[in-house]
Design a protein. Structure first.
Length: 150
């Protein structure tokens, strides 16, 4: 007997696919999806040939700004964003880490000026493949696993 998981088709909106399951709730949090009036559907620990297990988020009638897409890329650089209009996939986006990250990530150095003065953080992406980021102010290098979003 064949079993199938069925989730309602999205008429208009965005599907974020290939999210590692363990960071699904971080992605929901950074996008503030718990506060939107739109219908939000998510799947957790779904089977995936690429990831073993994956998560997916569908948001009705919402398209994300580049700044939001950059935040997703920080957490899930291999995720895919699909834009749906009238039940048709009209655009598929592959995420790319931005060259610069402004006021999104907290510096892990307690002595960094950004942790002691009211100012924006600023990081340069040092290595997109391995996910290394360098603080503009204290020059501390952190990797993607150490990222703490503001």
């Amino acid at each position: 007997m064949e079993k199938e998981l069925k989730v309602a088709a999205l008429k208009n909106g965005t599907v974020i696919d290939h999210i590692p399951s363990e960071i699904l709730f971080k992605v929901i949090s950074i996008l503030k999806l718990e506060n939107v009036p739109n219908q939000v559907t998510f799947g957790y620990n779904l089977e995936s040939q690429k990831l073993g297990r994956k998560a997916i988020i569908k948001v009705a009638d919402r398209y994300f700004e580049q700044e939001e897409v950059n935040k997703i890329a920080l957490l899930a650089p291999n995720a895919k964003i699909n834009i749906i209009k009238d039940y048709v996939l009209v655009e598929k986006k592959t995420l790319v880490l931005p060259d610069e990250i402004i006021d999104t990530v907290k510096c892990m150095n307690p002595k960094c000026i950004t942790n002691n003065e009211p100012m924006q953080t600023k990081f340069k992406t040092e290595n997109k493949e391995s996910g290394l980021f360098k603080c503009h102010y204290c020059e501390r290098i952190i990797n993607s696993e150490e990222l703490v979003l503001k």
